[in-house]
Write a protein of this length. Structure first.
Lengths: 273, 298
């Protein structure tokens, strides 16, 4: 396992696309909470507080308070997951374009090891992102939150786990489709069109006549997004799901297993030219 | 001698094309084996199956007497078609990946790079290399694990004469060190120069399996020339008996009888005051043999 991680590390540390995409992701990761905070400060500075036009106060939005912060940060960070998706797609499809997957196997890597090494790469990237989320959450929470009681701090911490699962699932989809189609351009286009146009439309079509949200949980992208439910309505006194649902987690795990199984079948059953 | 590779009834079909048809072949340890055939005859497909990247329809093969496995491949140095490396990575970084896969120490990298003369450019990205350098890096990579067997698929494809010569020297060096080599090529001249055994594939079928030395010596021709060819022809016939002598532009050629004593022939002729201006043994080229076999099988 260490050997496979080592191999992936040698491959990735020399990759320009990884460095560029990774850096953009990191900047976005840090910029989002900072930016959100400046927005609130800006509201304050222009004196919206108590304004007749917008009768809302920044303090109505305790987004960075402990308890809320984990779900809020995890939710916001879902929007930059696509950058990490690009990293995986480019990395995996290049193995096919450069025919390096074939050379790896000729040199003595088994097909199983190849799939496993890419999955390890996904796990480690997701883990690093989750650790960054934890660190950032701690720092921001400590700065803004009125409480610093341990029990309160780590309540709802399972959203960090949900975020990890969301990343692993999303990146596993990318691994599967990169192996299936072998062309980064096509996979990226497909990912964007499907996630932001096709699936939302399908969900609308399905959920209107059925009047049930149950089935929509099984749409692949939705299964990943659902792991961290939208918290925003909470601040307008609506009721939202403010916990990680075991159903959502089970569906997420199921789809991870399916994506990996599919990837494994594709690699072992097909000739690698 | 022990067998390093044994192939039994290997088949591969792509749609309606039988790429490899019931191939049986053994390669002995220490031999330099030439796999010949026109483009599309199934050479690369065969090697791809032996190297675990293409699945055979049926049939089996063993490496070192064991069933094929990833671990067996770790002991093989192989290049299929063109050199394959990560373009943005340097020679050293690329070879580190190979080292990790094969379980070889990084310290071997410098040794193989020096050996193929790439040490000066080892920190440069692979994509900037000339074709000859890429080909040499391939061979370095294949030699990294000090393999028992080396598989080279068209190792001189697309190289200039100097590049071809460099690669050939490297191959001869490796062969002399006692390693087993399988070379797939359509450059027959190439194979004749380095190989001891050869097999010919055509449309997926094994149509010939022979030994370079004995097969090509069987049909040796003697070429002679002097100032007066008629006189020479008459004298040779008198000395050697019934022979078919082919008159070429400025030479005579005849098939060498068994146990021909060339020195005696020369002496006899000189005693008749016929002085040879040219005397040579012309072995049949592999190319001729190859074309003959292909024709017979058409």
């Amino acid at each position: 396992m260490i050997k496979l991680l080592n191999i992936e590390w040698i491959k990735i540390r020399n990759s320009k696309s990884f460095k560029v995409l990774g850096l953009i992701w990191l900047i976005a990761f840090i910029a989002i909470p900072v930016g959100f905070n400046s927005l609130i400060e800006w509201f304050e500075s222009i004196g919206l507080e108590g304004s007749e036009l917008l009768p809302i106060k920044p303090t109505d939005f305790p987004v960075f308070d402990f308890l809320d912060i984990w779900q809020n940060l995890a939710y916001i960070y879902k929007f930059i997951t696509i950058l990490l998706c690009f990293v995986i797609i480019v990395n995996v499809s290049n193995e096919f374009n450069y025919k390096t997957i074939r050379q790896n196997i000729i040199d003595g890597m088994s097909k199983k090891e190849f799939v496993f090494s890419k999955f390890l790469f996904i796990i480690v990237s997701s883990l690093i992102a989750s650790i960054l989320l934890t660190l950032l959450g701690m720092i921001i929470g400590a700065a803004f939150s009125p409480t610093s009681e341990i029990t309160v701090v780590f309540q709802n911490f399972n959203f960090v786990f949900a975020y990890f699962l969301h990343l692993v699932l999303h990146l596993s989809y990318c691994l599967f489709f990169a192996v299936l189609l072998k062309r980064s351009g096509i996979v990226i286009a497909l990912l964007i069109v499907y996630s932001y146009i096709l699936e939302p439309t399908l969900i609308q079509i399905v959920s209107i006549p059925l009047k049930s949200m149950w089935l929509t949980k099984f749409f692949p992208m939705n299964a990943s997004w659902n792991l961290i439910p939208r918290p925003i309505e909470k601040y307008f006194l609506f009721e939202v799901q403010d916990f990680v649902g075991w159903q959502d987690v089970s569906i997420g795990l199921l789809y991870i297993v399916l994506s990996l199984g599919g990837t494994y079948l594709l690699i072992t059953k097909r000739d690698i030219k | 001698m022990t067998q390093i590779l044994e192939i039994k009834g290997l088949n591969k079909r792509y749609g309606s094309i039988q790429a490899v048809n019931n191939l049986n072949l053994t390669v002995k340890k220490g031999s330099v084996f030439g796999l010949l055939g026109p483009n599309g005859s199934g050479k690369t497909t065969t090697l791809a199956m032996l190297l675990g990247v293409v699945k055979p329809q049926s049939g089996s093969f063993t490496w070192f007497g064991e069933p094929a496995s990833a671990d067996a491949r770790k002991k093989i140095g192989a290049i299929l078609e063109q050199p394959v490396f990560y373009p943005q990575m340097s020679a050293v970084e690329n070879l580190k990946v190979v080292c990790k896969i094969k379980g070889v120490d990084f310290s071997e990298i410098d040794r193989v790079l020096k050996w193929v003369n790439l040490n000066d450019r080892k920190q440069h990205a692979f994509k900037g290399y000339s074709l000859g350098m890429k080909q040499r890096l391939s061979i370095a990579s294949a030699m990294l694990c000090n393999p028992e067997i080396l598989i080279l698929d068209e190792p001189t494809n697309g190289l200039d004469p100097q590049g071809i010569n460099e690669i050939r020297e490297i191959i001869v060096n490796i062969a002399n060190s006692g390693k087993t080599i399988i070379i797939a090529s359509h450059l027959l001249d190439e194979v004749q120069k380095v190989c001891s055994e050869f097999a010919i594939l055509s449309k997926g079928n094994l149509i010939y399996h022979g030994n370079v030395e004995t097969d090509l010596n069987d049909d040796a021709y003697i070429e002679v020339s002097s100032d007066n060819l008629d006189e020479l022809e008459f004298a040779i016939k008198a000395h050697l008996g019934g022979l078919t002598i082919v008159k070429e532009d400025h030479t005579l050629a005849f098939k060498s009888p068994d146990a021909l004593d060339l020195a005696l022939l020369n002496k006899t002729l000189s005693e008749k005051d016929i002085w040879l201006t040219h005397l040579s043994i012309r072995k049949k080229s592999l190319e001729k043999r190859f074309l003959e076999v292909l024709k017979q099988n058409d």
